[in-house]
Design a protein around this ligand. Structure first.
Ligand code: MG
Length: 445
């Protein structure tokens, strides 16, 4: 049965004829249907392969390239899992590639659904990243076929560019002030403020001497009280110095006890934060209801989420203000656009995780979604170094605090494979090393 007969048999023929839309009529839909009936062969996937590269030291980028039956037509997707890149590589090479070969490249939803359940067990970070690599590459291909940027396929821009926030930090408050000032001079209106690094001596108690022998010397130590006190002082100082014009963000990074995080959020509320990020670990999301009942500080959550079971309740119960998932960790662009649509109806805004361990392809995907969804909130963004820009021509750019995408079809980002080979992954496996309490207890991020 050809497409014309199918339209008739499903009743669409009758409705279309009534509306004057039957093939052969002189209108756009008729022309499209006629093109389909000319029997052009469907675009098939011929190969799915991972490309690993580390142009920015320590960061292990994984990009999936989907090749098609049309010579020269391919798509790119981000599958970066900095702590387990070789596991993602195996998942793509050994499982996704054989699964996808010969399937239709333009059936994105079906490919996502069937690849998602092809392992039966699902929603883990390794397979979700591999799946995202496939999924984003298919959207890239669709954009290239349509000769449009991907945001256009979602209905077009809601805003001229993507407002993003910068990271300010320093070993003490003076250094932090300098960092904030520099970002203000570069046009940023939203700035995340942190003193020291996570677990830095500035925010930490020294470990007990015996605990220094516990674990490995490279591991860091922190106690929650020095961190909480330093964070309150930090907000007071930066608000005092920079006034109300600036939007302040802060990441608790899940490292204190839930009840301490609730108390900290309550105390920070008077400094009018734009959002407080990740007050609880994913295992402690039951505390969000308690937090909401006590505190009006805007809350962002989700960079460690992998599964719809984690975000659905937080959104539908209006327990958070920003959904902050890492798009490759949740399985791709297809999932993220549905998540954004769910969140819109509960007045939850998007703030996709956008650190250095997202490839420029992934940052572009974040930005295309940011441009097209009404409930966009803010975007975390990074400045790429020169090596990244050479390996990934067309990577998004930041100007005056706004992220801009390349307007070429698809994501607008390419990958120079020869150059990528010049930046092999670092020798070490890339573990997320533990931070410990004074007595040596490992803290869950
Ligand atoms: Mg974070």
């Amino acid at each position: 049965m050809n497409r014309r007969d199918m339209l008739k048999s499903t009743g669409w023929g009758t409705a279309a004829a009534f509306l004057g839309w039957m093939p052969g009529k002189n209108n756009a839909l008729a022309q499209t249907i006629d093109q389909v009936n000319k029997g052009q062969p469907p675009l098939k996937i011929t190969r799915v392969r991972p490309i690993l590269t580390a142009p920015q030291s320590r960061i292990r980028l994984v990009v999936v390239k989907v090749e098609t039956s049309e010579p020269g037509l391919y798509g790119l997707g981000c599958a970066t899992f900095n702590q387990r890149p070789l596991a993602v590589k195996t998942a793509v090479e050994e499982y996704l590639d054989p699964f996808c070969r010969g399937r239709h490249a333009d059936q994105i939803e079906d490919l996502w659904q069937t690849a998602y359940t092809s392992s039966y067990w699902r929603n883990g970070p390794v397979l979700n990243n591999a799946l995202c690599g496939l999924d984003q590459a298919l959207w890239d291909i669709l954009g290239k076929r349509a000769n449009m940027p991907v945001y256009q396929l979602l209905g077009g821009k809601c805003r001229f560019a993507v407002d993003c926030y910068a990271h300010a930090s320093g070993k003490d408050l003076s250094a932090l002030e300098d960092s904030v000032r520099k970002h203000r001079e570069n046009g940023f209106r939203h700035i995340r403020i942190q003193v020291g690094g996570y677990g830095s001596p500035h925010l930490s108690s020294k470990p007990d001497p015996e605990a220094e022998e516990f674990g490995k010397p490279v591991e860091s130590h922190m106690d929650s009280r020095p961190y909480v006190l330093a964070t309150l002082k930090m907000f007071e100082r930066i608000r005092d110095r920079f006034g109300e014009e600036i939007e302040l963000l802060h990441d608790i990074h899940e490292r204190i006890e839930p009840i301490e995080a609730i108390r900290l959020c309550k105390e920070l509320e008077r400094f009018r934060p734009f959002f407080i990020e990740d007050p609880f670990a994913p295992e402690a999301i039951g505390y969000f209801r308690m937090l909401r009942q006590q505190c009006g500080a805007p809350i962002a959550m989700g960079e460690l989420f992998n599964s719809p079971h984690e975000w659905t309740g937080l959104i539908t119960e209006r327990l958070i203000d920003f959904i902050r998932v890492h798009i490759s960790q949740i399985g791709g662009f297809t999932v993220a656009r549905k998540l954004a649509a769910l969140a819109e109806w509960f007045q939850v805004r998007t703030a996709w995780h956008g650190p250095g361990d997202v490839s420029p392809v992934g940052h572009a995907a974040n930005a295309h979604l940011d441009l097209a969804v009404h409930n966009f909130g803010i975007q975390e963004a990074v400045q790429f170094n020169e090596a990244i820009r050479e390996v990934f021509p067309g990577a998004p750019t930041i100007k005056n605090g706004y992220l801009h995408v390349n307007e070429a079809p698809g994501w607008g980002v390419d990958l120079n494979e020869d150059l990528a080979k010049k930046y092999p992954l670092p020798d070490n496996p890339g573990y997320w090393l533990p931070t410990r309490r004074r007595d040596g207890t490992a803290v869950r991020p």
